[in-house]
Ligand binder design. Structure first.
Ligand SMILES: Cc1ncc(C[n+]2csc(CCOP(=O)(O)OP(=O)(O)O)c2C)c(N)n1
Length: 335
């Protein structure tokens, strides 16, 4: 099933060279981190479970390239890519995965609740669509006390039919909140194909009925996501209210690490695997002579070294002592 791709459009223009290369670098850092985490997890070195982001890198990179550290995002049970794109240091993320107090949530969140208020990312909510009402609340607070600040709210196609999405989207619309609702339509909610739970193929079409601009882009094309998100976020910053961006993409991995991924159509998988977001970006950067092959290879090598150092740091970071388990569970002054 490849019909979920947006209709053919001319390719989005490349942004300026620094932004274009930055998008590739962010995607490479995400991919390399996720591949490293996968290996550690398979070897039994990371506790709990992990939901991975390989294949969706263009969405996080394309949206977050427009965000300042003082802007906000909300995330999902699949938060690693969003956290990296928002600027959380890889070491803090790795320490979090290993449950260390040096982690970005001091080891209390783990993979599914990655975040760091310092970097404008409250710990991710693993409740499907849970981030949408939170983004509406954050958007309201931005509008009231920090005008010019924006919120990007990431969620999956599985969240789209959850009531929380609709309540949150409606509040964003009626209050003209500075929120970009980013639907990562990776074609599956766990193992359920998007066409089994939506009568019409374009989620953006339904979202527009809330009275906000809504469009669908090729979510594997970082430059297309960057262009559309840039327009929507500039409007939000200027007081123009919310938008909805449907990014059609594909996760290259199963839903969680226990998912053996047996429910996918072979043709569909082959189609999307041939459209890797990093390969697409790489080809266009070379085609337009924005960078050389050697420069791209240097970016890849730097990402590999950074990720290895982060995972080493995380694995060797101290583990919590007994009493640490009770810290940050209750408000300190309420104890
Ligand atoms: C309210 C709620 N219902 C069910 C679940 C169990 N659950 C976790 S992830 C998931 C699928 C989510 O699909 P989607 O939003 O499309 O995100 P994706 O996993 O594809 O990134 C489900 C049903 C949950 N965490 N929260």
């Amino acid at each position: 099933m490849t019909d979920s791709l947006p209709p053919d459009r001319p390719p989005a223009p490349l942004p300026d060279a620094a932004t274009a290369v930055g998008l590739y670098r962010t995607m490479r850092r995400i991919r390399t981190f996720e591949d490293g985490v996968y290996q550690y997890f398979q070897a039994g070195r990371i506790p709990g479970t992990v939901h991975q982001y390989q294949g969706q890198e263009a969405v996080a990179a394309g949206v977050c390239t427009h965000l300042l550290r003082t802007d906000y995002i909300t995330s999902t049970h699949r938060p690693h890519g969003h956290a990296i794109a928002k600027g959380i240091p890889l070491r803090e993320m790795a320490a979090e995965l290993f449950g260390s107090p040096l982690g970005c949530c001091r080891g209390h969140g783990g993979s599914m609740h990655m975040g760091s208020p310092e970097y404008g990312m409250p710990p991710a909510s693993a409740i499907v669509a849970g981030g949408v009402p939170i983004a509406a609340g954050m958007g309201l607070s931005c509008r009231m006390v920090k005008p010019g600040t924006v919120v990007a709210c990431f969620f999956g196609d599985g969240a789209f039919n959850n009531g929380a999405f609709h309540e949150g989207a409606n509040l964003c619309a009626i209050w003209d909140l500075p929120v970009l609702l980013v639907c990562e339509n990776n074609l599956y909610g766990a193992s359920t194909h998007v066409t089994l739970v939506n009568k019409i193929p374009r989620l953006a079409e339904r979202a527009s009925s809330y009275g906000m601009p809504a469009e669908t882009v090729d979510g594997n094309d970082a430059f297309a996501v960057c262009e559309a998100a840039g327009r929507a976020l500039a409007r939000a910053r200027a007081g123009g209210g919310p938008s909805f961006l449907e990014c059609v993409t594909y996760r290259r991995c199963g839903h969680s690490r226990r998912d053996r991924n047996k429910y996918r159509d072979e043709q569909e998988q082959a189609f999307w695997m041939a459209r890797d977001p990093l390969d697409l970006a790489r080809a266009r950067l070379l085609q337009y002579k924005v960078v050389t092959q050697a420069e791209l290879n240097a970016i890849d090598q730097a990402a590999a070294a950074e990720v290895q150092s982060a995972l080493d740091y995380g694995e060797q970071a101290p583990q919590p002592e007994g009493p640490d388990a009770l810290c940050h569970v209750f408000a300190e002054d309420a104890q």
